[in-house]
Design a binder for this molecule. Sequence first.
Ligand SMILES: [Zn+2]
Length: 305
Amino acid sequence: MKATPHVAWILGLLLSIGLTACDVCDPEQEPPAAPRLHGIVRDAITGEPLPDIEIDDGDSMVISDPDGRFDVPAVDDTIELTFRDEGDPNEYGAYFDFDASFRPDSSDTITAWMIPNVEMESDSFPDFLSWLKYMLTQRNISPHSKERLETWRIPFEVYVPPFMLNGLDYQQSIKDVWDAWEQLVGFDLVTFVDEVPTVGVYIEYIDHGRESHFIKEVSDDGFPKLARIHVTYNYDTTNVHSHLYKIVGHEIGHAFCMGHSNDRIHLMVAGRAPLGWPPTYDEIWLVRVMYRLPRGVRFENYKLD
Ligand SMILES: [Zn+2]
């Protein structure tokens, strides 16, 4: 409808009524401007801002803009937000969803680091992803919570004692496996030391049985404290790459706190010897994600190294 003189007259009347009403307002009783919480959503691996992330405060939803920015009403000093990159909560999307309660810092600005699940799309990891997702969507997980994902503070110390048999240098071969894992993951995971560390992982050679991995205890703040990997004497220079690398590589995967996969292409497959070495892209990304994870849900912990 076009604005006719008649409509303009009604609008003018309403406006003057409003002004008249305001003349008697008590300024003391005007509601203060609602505080807003400002934030930016970023990819926890690349640091890139993430547009189109749905941010829900329970009452309303906003979407991060092309620069990853958003703002929401901050009704009190504790606010709960859910971050999701896909409409369907049963979908994984490209990023782990999470939600959190937190106190805004003094600037009322937060950075939310979204954790990508890039390339982890083979059939066997959904259970593990569900678990990760469950973990991340728990609010206020304490360091002692059973649901917390156990990881080491990195880099952690590793002791590989010297051992030679049948012409094979076990110490060097096992260090090579650790080094390969570290290079594939792409950041500092371990430091080699010359004796069994107080906190860290050590290798023990055994003459029978199977390779195994064992975490002795978890520290008060929830981190693994001391882990032992048994390596048997079964190797020589002819099978070091075909056997020792993948068997010890699997145990090292456990030492990184990875669980088992049921996909036979994975190094972390359970119940049988892995098909091969090195670890798959799935597993490399999983370790990357695990060691980028926060120890709780406070947003300032979602940061790059
Ligand atoms: Zn295993």
